[in-house]
Design a protein around this ligand. Structure first.
Ligand code: ZN
Length: 219
């Protein structure tokens, strides 16, 4: 039961997670979790700006608190910010009060960083049973998971080429890719991976969008 409903990105109790964009167009959403960090996020933002790519950042409240100016930069530069909890607990079998507290505390920090509306939530570890969907529904928020989570990004020796290749090989219309700007290691390799992804997917005809993409409204 736990694995049946809790882990798979496409399945949740009560609400349908956004694990893929509903489109047949060649668009891809790059999403970045656990940030902002002072190590990976600034060079990533520089890169995205250089290529004119907009991405979605699922930030942690405690990191927004630690690096408010970087969070502000994310919103100023036109990226979409989503809520990834305050300090990354497993929201499995937690009380409604605890879960709501994690979301509200982070929302208020994100708002201070300039975001108008925080509609999208990605739970830590994509653990979402069983109270979380009820709370998200009551707060009129959308649950976002992902289509593809490249395993090579978790290797101790982060290799940018390997991570990029995994994403490029698994690209298809509407894919939501999960990456992490909140990690502290290998900033150069991380940025190299994202650059390779952008160049290769553009050559394949893909455009980059955020998870609020609705076919017909953008591009
Ligand atoms: Zn996370």
């Amino acid at each position: 039961m736990y694995f049946y409903i809790n882990r798979p990105p496409h399945r949740a109790f009560l609400i349908k997670p956004i694990y893929k964009l509903n489109t047949s167009k060649k668009v891809i959403a790059l999403t970045f979790d656990d940030g902002p960090s002072d190590i990976r996020t600034p060079p990533l933002l520089d890169l995205l700006k250089r290529y004119g790519v907009k991405a979605t950042f699922f930030v942690l409240g405690q990191h927004v608190e630690a690096y408010p100016e970087i969070a502000q930069r994310i919103t100023d530069e036109g990226h979409l910010i989503g809520n990834h909890s305050y300090d990354h607990p497993k929201l499995y079998l937690k009380t409604p009060r605890f879960i709501r507290g994690q979301i509200e505390r982070t929302d208020s920090l994100i708002r201070q960083a300039g975001a108008q509306e925080i509609k999208y939530v990605r739970p830590p570890y994509c653990v979402k049973m069983i109270i979380l969907p009820i709370i998200l529904k009551s707060m009129d928020k959308k649950l976002v998971t992902y289509s593809y989570d490249p395993m090579a990004q978790y290797n101790r020796d982060f290799n940018g080429v390997t991570v990029a290749d995994q994403i490029i090989e698994n690209a298809s219309p509407g894919v939501i890719v999960c990456l992490h700007d909140g990690r502290q290691d290998h900033p150069e390799e991380f940025v190299k991976a994202v650059e390779k992804i952008i160049i290769a997917l553009r050559e394949m005809g893909y455009a980059f969008v955020t998870v609020d993409y609705t076919e017909g409204l953008q591009h």
